[in-house]
Write a protein that binds this ligand. Structure first.
Ligand code: PLP
Length: 361
């Protein structure tokens, strides 16, 4: 469809065109029911099939082993910043957090409301330009879990190597969800908002190790309890039916395209094209991030001046290259290149970057 533009949005973000067209085709009259899926009971046979398929695909595509269960929970990743400590922290137990940037800081702020939390590694001194090496992480006595943000969406850094620590990890994978293998044996819980790699906004996909459901806290509101959500197959209340429906379609698309191995290879190729363009620009474009921590999902870069950055963003938009501005807190430029962003979009961007440099360098 020629009216589709190159969309580098950090989230909500571009989704596979085939998924959008499929949803459009069946939207008004879902499978001959005489109504759309979002107008019918979430306990009826149509939605039941949709929800079951989405859950099965989430397990299959992620490669989650049988001792994990998947939950679909509203409130996005940010509610998980609270739900994780509410459920897992008890008096006498502590949680370590890697302070790797904006999102990690949010997780730390919320967790401090519920328990004893410490920073197990702090990236602030390095201006959040890198992720820690395993040996730099300091685990203290009585630690229930180590919380990691696998990809810092705003800073553009990614935990390229998962650390090995002797406590279970909890991972916020919002912005690199299902773009890379998940090291299940080191994790008790994995969560992420769906609106970056997996679908439209409206919920988080949470994988929980089943054995921890027996020890989660019970003295919290029912919606917030992982054990209740798991026993109700995430249908404790009315679920976000449209988001689940779209998630199922995106997961099916991912599986049919080759699953995580293919998503990972595509991400590496797209990222390489962008970082090579930056590196070969003789410092016209600069990536402020440590090479070993460069994200394969959110590529941040600067130009020689803020004026040139504004001009770059304006001309890029004119060339149908949209949503390239960096997060409002940090400025600069950022290209989010999630699973559904086509390689051609990155090629169009790098062509544009070279011609912009030729005209203004
Ligand atoms: C976007 C994002 C969040 C917040 O997600 P919501 O679903 O909007 O709550 C949290 N963590 C990371 C790493 C993110 O990229």
């Amino acid at each position: 469809m020629s009216s589709r533009k190159h969309n580098f949005s950090a989230g909500p973000c571009t989704l596979p065109l085939t998924v959008l067209e499929e949803a459009q085709a069946e939207f008004v009259d879902y499978q001959g029911a005489g109504m759309s899926l979002i107008e019918m009971s979430h306990r009826g046979k149509h939605f039941d099939a949709v929800a079951n398929e989405a859950m099965a695909l989430a397990m299959e595509v992620s490669g989650a082993p049988d001792d994990f269960t998947v939950l679909f929970l509203q409130g996005g990743a940010i509610l998980q910043f609270s739900m994780v400590p509410m459920n897992l922290l008890k008096p006498g137990l502590r949680a370590g957090y890697l302070n790797t940037g904006t999102w990690a800081k949010g997780a730390i702020t919320d967790a401090r409301e519920y328990g004893d939390v410490y920073v197990a590694w702090d990236g602030e001194a390095d201006n959040y330009a890198r992720m820690p090496a395993g040996g730099e992480i300091g685990i203290e006595d009585g630690t229930r879990y180590l919380h990691v943000t696998s990809n810092e969406t705003i800073g553009g850094i990614q935990l390229r190597e998962w650390p090995t620590v002797d406590v279970p990890m909890v991972a916020d994978m919002s912005s690199d969800y299902l773009s890379r293998p998940i090291p299940w044996d080191r994790l008790d819980l994995v969560y992420g908002g769906v609106q970056k790699n997996l679908g439209p906004a409206g919920m988080a996909v949470v994988f929980v190790r089943k054995s921890i459901l027996e020890e989660t806290n019970r003295d919290i509101g029912r919606y917030l309890r992982y054990d209740i959500q798991a026993s109700k197959q995430s249908m404790f209340n009315t679920p976000p039916v449209f988001t689940i429906y779209m998630l199922g379609k995106v997961l099916r698309w991912m599986r049919d395209e080759g699953g995580i191995p293919e998503m990972e290879a595509r991400a590496a190729a797209k990222a390489a094209l962008l970082y090579d363009t930056i590196d070969q620009s003789g410092d016209f474009y600069r990536c402020p991030v440590d090479v070993a921590s460069r994200s394969h999902m959110n590529v941040v870069f600067r130009l020689p001046s803020e004026d040139l950055e504004a001009q770059f963003l304006g001309e890029a938009a004119g060339a149908d290259l949209l949503n390239l501005e960096g997060h409002r807190n940090v400025g600069g430029c950022r290209a989010s290149i999630y699973n559904a962003l086509p390689h051609e979009s990155v090629a169009a961007l790098t062509d544009f970057m070279r011609s912009f440099q030729a005209d203004n360098g």
